[in-house]
Design a protein. Sequence first.
Length: 202
Amino acid sequence: MRLTLKRTIIIASLLSIFSATSYAEDNFRGSAELSLMYKDKSQKEFQAKHRLDIEHKWDDWKHNYLLDVFFKSTQKVDPETGEKNYETSAQKWYLMAQTNYTMSKTSKQYTFGHMSYTDDRFSNYDYQSSYAVGYGKRWFEFGDSYFDAEIGLGFSMDKPKLDDVENKSIVRIASTFERKLLSDIDFKQTFGADLATQSDEN
């Protein structure tokens, strides 16, 4: 009985609740994810992550919006009183918006405008943002699978907590791979990097 109870506690302490919903109608498509995790170990902690991804297509235009939020609270014990309290140990949110304009449907080339904003409470910055325009192409498409890659130029604006705003010129590279696994399940992998044009600024 003790062994069973112990296992139950371990399983409960590592319990992760995950839900994902997708929506698609005409030119709109979106997905929402929510995951919650509670760890009951020597130092208890609670984590929450939310992701919202929306895509809208209209004629030769495609708009994509992404919101990513992460929160973590960790239990702290007062060494003098032994009192236990939960304190925020991580808090970050990320916002991205991008618009693509298809120049040629036959060659599947497009131009894009991209912006992103990050607010990480426990980083060395008050905020980090980037803006870029550039060129992209769908290099591969077969059935419900495709691969896009793009490159562009722009600038970033980062605000250190103890300094003035830093402005840098950047080169943005990004790619997206998507494949339909089932009628209502898509696999999507994205990659993006903003590289400073001056090597000593990376």
